[in-house]
Design a protein around this ligand. Structure first.
Ligand SMILES: [Zn+2]
Length: 350
């Protein structure tokens, strides 16, 4: 029998369970609170300031975006050639978000997962598909995102999956039942929590809803990594220096757009070092069981390939070489200073 979203949530007002689902809303029988459902998305109370900033960022990034099934479609939309978009998507997937499949243990039976900042749900869909192909029944996924814009980008295939639920809500205040979740994933979400008290609340909320011995999988940019610094700081500066070169010359409109984007990003993003993440995990009884610093090749490498068309096999060789370096750097524990991303698997301990 399928479970319903009301099996996982509490009333945002009185915090009681056993809510009932009606047409286009969920009703709390205890305090008569009503939670609206719009286009299959449950609308929970959110921090309006964060919502405003994130939607501003999303609107900017997603202006020309159609619903996309996977990362390669995302890169196609950003103007990349199909061949390069596919290779970049595969690289980023393997090095970051989809690495979860390799890091997680096999779940024997029921699995309830939450994706904090899950956007259009494609990662959770990927995970559910992986586990159901391993003959695990009763798997559910709850996608929570503060940006309604982003949730709306779910493709029909994802939207109509009976095992997936969508909540427009706060990662710091999910209104999910205590100790009810086996697996929480949070890929490229943490860096969008700008204020320190919100960060505290975010980790506290994870510890609250996660079952004992449940897992948390986080990927987030790594402030100490050379690959990150190169992409975010050094490369744009180099480009600035040579902007009079015909290839890099930009129109005034493009420069203004980029400036606006950077301004929004500065307000809506805060990149953490590994030690900061570790600090919050430890405070909330989340023990790191697996740790990798990944994604040694900056995206700019792929952008250059896109522009200058060198042979593809050279790019594949570069990726192969960077993956060897990644394994080596992780082994000798210097990868923290190179990888773009930190990929962390933590377990909730008593
Ligand atoms: Zn209530």
């Amino acid at each position: 029998m399928f479970q319903k979203i009301t099996d996982f949530i509490i009333c945002p007002r009185c915090k009681k369970t056993e809510l009932s689902e009606e047409k286009e809303q969920i009703i709390c029988p205890h305090c008569k609170n009503s939670i609206p459902i719009r286009d299959g998305i449950l609308i929970m109370p959110v921090d309006s300031e964060i919502k405003y900033l994130q939607e501003l960022l999303d609107k900017f990034v997603l202006t020309n975006l159609r619903p996309y099934k996977d990362l390669s479609e995302y890169y196609l939309i950003t103007g990349m050639k199909q061949k390069i978009a596919k290779i970049l998507a595969r690289y980023i997937g393997e090095e970051g978000r989809f690495r979860i499949i390799k890091l997680l243990p096999n779940y024997p039976q029921l699995l309830t997962s939450v994706d904090l900042g899950g956007g259009n749900g494609f990662i959770l869909k990927h995970i559910l598909n992986h586990y159901s192909s391993n003959k695990i029944k009763n798997i559910y996924g709850i996608v929570i995102d503060i940006s309604l814009e982003h949730l709306k980008l779910a493709t029909p295939e994802i939207k109509n999956d009976q095992r997936l639920f969508f909540i427009n809500g706060d990662a710091e205040n999910t209104f999910i039942k205590e100790e009810s979740i086996d697996l929480i994933i949070s890929t490229e979400c943490l860096e969008h929590i700008v204020k320190r008290d919100k960060l505290e609340a975010y980790f506290k909320e994870i510890a609250r809803i996660l079952k004992k011995k449940g897992f948390l999988f986080i990927t987030t940019p790594n402030r100490d990594g050379f690959s990150f610094k190169f992409t975010e700081y050094y490369f744009p500066r180099i480009v600035n220096l040579i902007k009079y070169n015909t290839f890099w010359k930009k129109t005034k409109e493009e420069i203004d757009k980029e400036k606006e984007y950077q301004k929004i990003k500065q307000e809506a993003e805060r990149i953490l070092s590994f030690n900061e993440v570790k600090y919050y995990l430890q405070r909330n009884k989340l023990k790191i069981v697996k740790l990798e610093f990944n994604h040694l090749l900056p995206e700019t490498v792929f952008k250059l390939w896109n522009e200058y068309n060198p042979p593809i096999f050279l790019l594949e060789m570069t990726i192969f070489f960077s993956q060897i370096l990644r394994v080596l750097f992780n082994k000798i524990k210097i990868s923290q200073y190179f990888g773009f991303n930190q990929v962390i698997l933590a377990e909730k301990v008593n």
